[in-house]
Design a protein around this ligand. Structure first.
Ligand SMILES: NC(=O)c1ccc[n+]([C@@H]2O[C@H](COP(=O)([O-])OP(=O)(O)OC[C@H]3O[C@@H](n4cnc5c(N)ncnc54)[C@H](O)[C@@H]3O)[C@@H](O)[C@H]2O)c1
Length: 259
């Protein structure tokens, strides 16, 4: 029996078959969950997302456009889920955005206000905005997971404003967990190792990061999408019933190395 049989949830963040959200959805589906999906608005985005879902054998899955920066979009998507399904058991937040021009070494100090605001809005605030709407549908309790990175905790060259946004996301995880715990809703975040995705390629020097981690991580390799997908399935299932407000490192141990 799958860890998530009979559970239904929303997965936000599949751009293509390289996305962390794609690997998370693959693990969730293997564990018996029913996943609903969103894609960034636009025909091209929808086609890419559908193609990825097809790879998972989920080409008929529930899929709606969502710009998480729009409250109207968020209200529409969660409103539709409420009226079509009534209840939600889990939420996966696997999105982030920052203008790539400011994700290069030597540009952090000059980050413009609007670049900072947008990065924090899309990459951190939207976890709260989704959690608020999802919690209203988690009438039997629930579990939520977002995606962070080590650059929240340490200064990673080139990660810049995204590191500040991830620090906010991790802090938001703890405050959401505190407030939603009494409703039997758990809120956690995975700090995933570097994975070659569309967003990752926007970070300056990303290929060097992959090589550096492979050489130094205790497991002497980079994470696979499935490493993170399976950890998300665990956090969204009852096997992690006592865990909330945590940042779980799924990084082949890289973050524990002191030198
Ligand atoms: N790839 C890595 O190395 C890595 C490491 C740790 C954490 N993460 C995090 O994993 C998450 C997923 O990123 P990924 O690496 O899979 O890249 P990705 O490019 O495949 O996914 C990013 C997703 O964010 C979505 N998005 C951006 N702006 C949006 C908006 N306004 N509304 C709705 N969706 C929006 C995109 O459509 C895309 O689906 C992000 O939070 C990222 O920071 C990635």
């Amino acid at each position: 029996m799958g860890l998530l049989n009979g559970r239904r949830g929303l997965v936000v963040g599949i751009a293509n078959e390289h996305s962390y959200a794609y690997h998370i959805a693959a693990s969730l589906a293997r564990d018996g969950a029913e996943c609903l999906f969103t894609h960034l608005p636009g025909e091209k985005m929808e086609a890419r997302c559908r193609r990825a879902l097809g790879e998972l054998g989920l080409s008929q899955a529930w899929l709606r456009p969502l710009d998480a920066g729009s409250d109207e979009d968020l209200d529409r998507v969660f409103g539709e889920i409420g009226s079509e399904f009534g209840r939600l058991d889990f939420l996966v937040h696997s999105i982030a955005f920052a203008d790539r021009a400011w994700l290069k070494e030597g540009t952090f100090t000059a980050t413009p206000r609007e670049v900072f605001t947008q990065a924090l809005d899309i990459s951190a605030y939207t976890y709260m905005a989704m959690a608020h709407r999802a919690a209203a549908l988690m009438t039997d309790g629930g579990s939520m997971v977002a995606m962070s990175y080590y650059g929240a905790e340490k200064a990673v060259p080139g990660y810049n404003v995204m590191g500040v946004a991830k620090a906010a996301l991790e802090a938001a995880t703890r405050y959401l967990a505190l407030e939603l715990g009494p409703k039997h809703i758990r809120v956690n975040t995975i700090s995933g190792g570097p994975l070659r995705t569309m967003s990752a390629m926007a970070v300056g020097g990303f290929s060097q990061i992959l090589g550096w981690v492979e050489a130094r991580a205790p497991l002497r390799r980079n994470v696979s999408g499935q490493d993170v997908g399976d950890a998300a399935a665990f956090l969204l299932s009852d096997r992690s019933a006592g865990i909330t407000g945590q940042v779980l490192y799924v990084d082949c141990g890289y973050s524990i190395v002191g030198l």
